[in-house]
Design a protein. Structure first.
Length: 113
């Protein structure tokens, strides 16, 4: 099932429910979407975590999704971004970092469908 999921809209009730049904969840707009990427990709909490891992904020967000068992397929036409988005397995987020990202949840949906 595809659902809007990013650090500002984590859908914390729906994702576990869908997983409990044995259904895979794919993040739609994992990096914010609809003109909202800039705010998310400059978030100071995410920037701090990225710096700790010598990673980009995009990589941290995508890794956060993967550690929550959420499938990510980010879109880009930029070859450098595409390559960067595949380099998610050289680091893992700690429980504390996962909790810090969880605390960013605003229930802020960026698209209405």
């Amino acid at each position: 099932m595809q659902n809007e999921i990013h650090p500002y809209y984590q859908d914390t009730d729906v994702v576990p429910f869908i997983h409990d049904q044995g259904i895979a969840v794919q993040a739609w707009y994992p990096l914010g979407g609809r003109g909202r990427n800039d705010e998310l990709l400059s978030d100071p909490v995410l920037a701090s975590i990225a710096q700790t891992h010598d990673a980009s904020i995009s990589q941290v967000i995508l890794r956060w999704d993967l550690q929550r068992s959420v499938i990510v397929i980010p879109g880009s036409s930029n070859p450098a971004h595409i390559e960067e988005d595949t380099e998610l397995y050289q680091f893992a987020l700690t429980e504390e970092e996962m909790a810090a990202i969880a605390a960013l949840n605003r229930n802020e949906k960026h698209d209405w469908y």
